[in-house]
Design a protein around this ligand. Sequence first.
Ligand code: UD1
Length: 417
Amino acid sequence: MDKIVVAGGKRLAGAVDISGAKNAALPMMAATILASGESTLLNVPHLKDVSTFSDVLRVLGARVKREGNSLIIDTSSIEHLEAPYELVRTMRASIYVLGPLLARFGQARVSLPGGCAWGPRPVNLHLKILEEMGAHVEIQHGYIMARAGKLQGALIDFDVSSVGATANAMMAASLASGNTLLRNAAREPEIEALGQMLSSMGASVSGAGSGTVEIQGAKTLRAVRERIIPDRIEAGTYMVATAMTGGKVTLRRARADHLGAVIDKMAEAGVTIRQEAGNLVVEGPTSLVPVNVTTSPYPGFPTDMQAQFMALLSLAQGTSVITETIFPDRFTHVPELRRLGVKVTLDANVAKITGVKRLSGAPVMASDLRASAALVLAALVAQGETEILRVYHIDRGYERIEEKLRGLGAEIQRVRV
Ligand code: UD1
């Protein structure tokens, strides 16, 4: 199992390429199931989650081929309509195959994902939307078993804004008969990207990326060629790295329009961010100002940036408050950050961070994807050496993180153990 070793104290400078977005790539890979034929996705990041999802598609019978940054998916040979526990337990997003399989083949069997490192992650909304579209859904032996004749368009009112359930509903609705109207749909850029792909495939989709999405299903859909949008969370993470080290970095291809809430909070903390020729240029201040952050659905501040912001605010001059409203238990990074000298207290879903002058290197353990990013960030400024164990978590969602950071001047390496 690899570990990452960081010698802290280097100021980051230079330019870094932002990769394609993991959270856009996964639903778009699932959407290829809806049409029989060969789809090509461009700018697909090289990540563990992408290879896991490729394995899920292969188990179904699809042929998946990597060519550089492209992924070529031939779904004409799908015949096995089951996503098994062994794959789903390693990646909850496997549930994205549920809607497309049911819509195209009339049945699907997908393992229930179970909990995750920061508590229960229900899938009730995914099941509810399919039922509302006329499917019969039951749980048997740890599997979601769904069956339907032709799915029917429906009026679906989400009481909670859910990225995954919105994506599953949009995919299912694209092959359903009639109109589907989604209210309180998730508005994340990855949903907008999925909407564009479903439109290219032949469904009529309007409003994706807003709270109200309307989909007119098509009889059949066609295979397509689509580009994955840049990863806003990866970009946000490099922003924090730059800010913490007082550096200056150009984020190539980062999209400011997808990062509004993050950029606003960075600016409040004293970080300078400007757009320059399709890139974002980030410049860290000499001292950081404390800020209060509350996570909420897009366009609010993303929960996927919460852990990294805790690392950032650990150096601010004063006390900051982070309130996590999406996943109230998402704080597995707290005990590990404390080992690096971060001063943080936790009361339910509210963390209070009192800035310190410096952090100090220590061995720490990555517990989930974004938590491990926070540890790398803290390690970049900690005095001495930090060893981060269990880095497979970080490989799920950050492409070549140690190479990219090294390219910016960090002293970081991956050690095979
Ligand atoms: C996606 C992202 C994840 C991000 C999260 C919130 C992907 C692959 N993952 O996860 O990185 O942290 O959005 O931005 O894109 N909920 C229910 N019932 C359900 C489904 C969700 O109650 O059936 C609740 C969740 O517990 C949570 C809220 O809805 O409180 C939002 O979760 P959701 O948007 O569904 O997250 P994911 O799609 O799993």
